[in-house]
Design a protein. Structure first.
Length: 90
């Protein structure tokens, strides 16, 4: 089975960083993505709801800057989890 297009050329290893309650914050998600690992966090970690928008904006911005500076080694995508529904942040 082939990788989905969003993952092709972006993973250093086929790993998804687990979305851990309280511990998974933007710094960890960004570091994972830059290392070629899918970064994730539970949306519940970003409270109140306005914080979630700020986190998503920061993650998108920092990963876009990384991709522009390292076109040969773009960051892996990131995910935010809400119950059983995933929302892509990349």
């Amino acid at each position: 089975m082939s990788l989905p297009a969003i993952l092709q050329g972006r993973l250093s290893v086929p790993v998804i960083g687990a979305p851990m309650f309280i511990v998974s914050v933007p710094d960890l998600v960004i570091a994972r993505c830059k290392a070629g690992i899918v970064g994730s966090f539970p949306a519940l970690n970003a409270r109140p709801p306005e914080v979630l928008d700020a986190w998503l904006t920061r993650i998108r911005g920092e990963l876009a800057a990384h991709d522009a500076a390292h076109p040969a080694r773009p960051a892996a995508p990131s995910r935010s989890t809400r119950s059983c529904t995933n929302r892509t942040t990349g």
